[in-house]
Write a protein that binds this ligand. Structure first.
Ligand code: DWN
Length: 393
């Protein structure tokens, strides 16, 4: 299917940059042979990850707690009892997870190609190199630091087009008794919730347990555990280990069976998903057109990467959504990619509540709704679109 012409999801821009804005065709595809769901046309990585990368992981308090728990599970479950363990994180962003290893004096190394967010991590004392990970870098790290007890990645693996090079690098860098643990938005949740906004330039793949199992098996890495996560609207944590080094848990077999029952291996499932996306688009634009006709004020909440797919696919304009409120300084004062809706600081939202807030950061709904009770008390309402278009208080 195609979502049409799409800009870079985190390509927030100024008015003068509009004439040179980059577009590509966002067309996801499913491969029945390898079970992978991926986008067909992929913009060059340096168009997305650079010194002005707009997403800082630590903007959510819930995500900070999530990564503290993730790090704790690795420390207790993997590193415990090992002498001078070494942990690597791929795509370590501003150090939201590695800080917990750093604070405990555990040997660590972050690999983060976007220099600005890597600088934020380095500023906190977290050892970080700015580079794209692959086989060559894996070899260099092996020479300088030795093998890793744990290699971690969160919301990163699905961003890397050359999955094969990364898998080969991980296989080379991991100790024989080491583990590679990563988590990403989960295909089963995306399909079940019609959360099509998980599809954008950075998300080359939307993984399932089956596609992960198959992709890494080619590099001698076996899927030994899976653990669903509530983050990003439904994610999966995958644990891989050198083949034969650990027994796979029952959870893996159960998850694979669940995926077959959901039809994740069948093209018909994706045809139905396409229809659901189209229905969701009509309902959302219908709701927004109605609000505009009634003269209601609508403001977007959270200038997420996901919102770029929604605004461009649904044809949402600044006439529908006055501005998008976001707490990230680098996004404020800019225009949203493609739709060119102004992004403004949260103070603006608090200063004059709109009638409706279109919740683009729906994956943070619990955290946001908890802190925006005054908006509801003032008569405001949330317009949501995952899992369905609805007005809620
Ligand atoms: O995979 C990715 C995930 C992990 O993060 C990346 N490709 C990029 C990014 O995706 P996203 O931009 O869709 O992520 P979030 O976490 O849904 O973005 C939330 C946005 O909302 C941020 O710009 C911060 C903002 N925000 C806010 O303004 N007020 C967030 C919260 C929690 C808030 O209270």
């Amino acid at each position: 299917m195609s979502f049409g012409r799409m800009p870079i999801a985190n390509g927030f821009l100024t008015t003068s940059e509009i004439p040179s804005e980059y577009f590509f065709e966002l067309a996801p595809a499913f491969c029945e042979r390898c079970g992978m769901f991926q986008i067909a046309e992929q913009p060059e990585p340096d168009k997305m990850f650079h010194a002005q990368y707009a997403f800082y992981s630590s903007t959510s308090r819930y995500m900070q707690m999530h990564f503290e728990r993730f790090a704790g599970a690795v420390i207790r479950g993997v590193l415990n009892g090992r002498s001078s363990p070494f942990v690597i994180e791929l795509g370590s962003n501003d150090g939201i997870m590695l800080r917990h290893f750093y604070e405990r004096g555990i040997r660590h190394l972050g690999i983060e190609p976007s220099v600005n967010v890597a600088d934020a991590a380095r500023g906190r004392g977290i050892r970080t190199i700015s580079a794209f990970f692959g086989q060559k870098l894996a070899d260099d790290i092996l020479v300088e630091h030795g093998p890793a007890d744990a290699i971690l990645a969160a919301n990163v693996m699905c961003h890397i087009p050359d999955l094969s090079s990364v898998a080969a690098g991980v296989a080379r860098l991991l100790r024989r008794d080491g583990v590679f643990i990563f988590e990403d938005p989960y295909l089963g949740d995306m399909i079940a919730k019609t959360a099509y906004d998980q599809i954008y330039d950075e998300h080359v793949f939307i993984f399932s347990a089956d596609s992960v199992r198959r992709a890494f098996a080619e590099h001698g890495l076996e899927l030994v555990d899976v653990e669903p996560q509530p983050t990003h609207g439904g994610s999966m944590r995958y644990t891989l280990a050198p083949k034969g080094s650990r027994a796979a848990t029952l959870r893996v077999t159960e998850q694979l069976a669940k995926e077959r029952a959901q039809g994740l291996d069948k093209i018909e499932t994706y045809r139905a998903f396409k229809e659901n996306c189209e229905k969701s688009r009509s309902r959302l634009i219908h709701a927004l057109d109605g609000m505009r006709r009634e003269g209601k004020r609508v403001v977007g909440y959270g200038a997420t990467s996901k919102s770029t797919t929604v605004t461009n696919y649904c044809g949402i304009t600044p006439d529908h959504v006055e501005y998008i409120s976001d707490t990230t300084p680098i996004k404020q004062g800019k225009l949203s990619p493609g739709a060119h809706i102004p992004v403004k600081p949260h103070a603006e939202f608090m200063g004059k509540y709109p009638d409706y807030a279109l919740l683009f950061a729906w994956n943070h709904a619990a955290e946001i709704r908890e802190k925006e009770l005054a908006f509801i008390a003032a008569g405001g309402r949330w317009l949501i679109y995952v899992p369905e278009v609805k007005i809620v208080s």
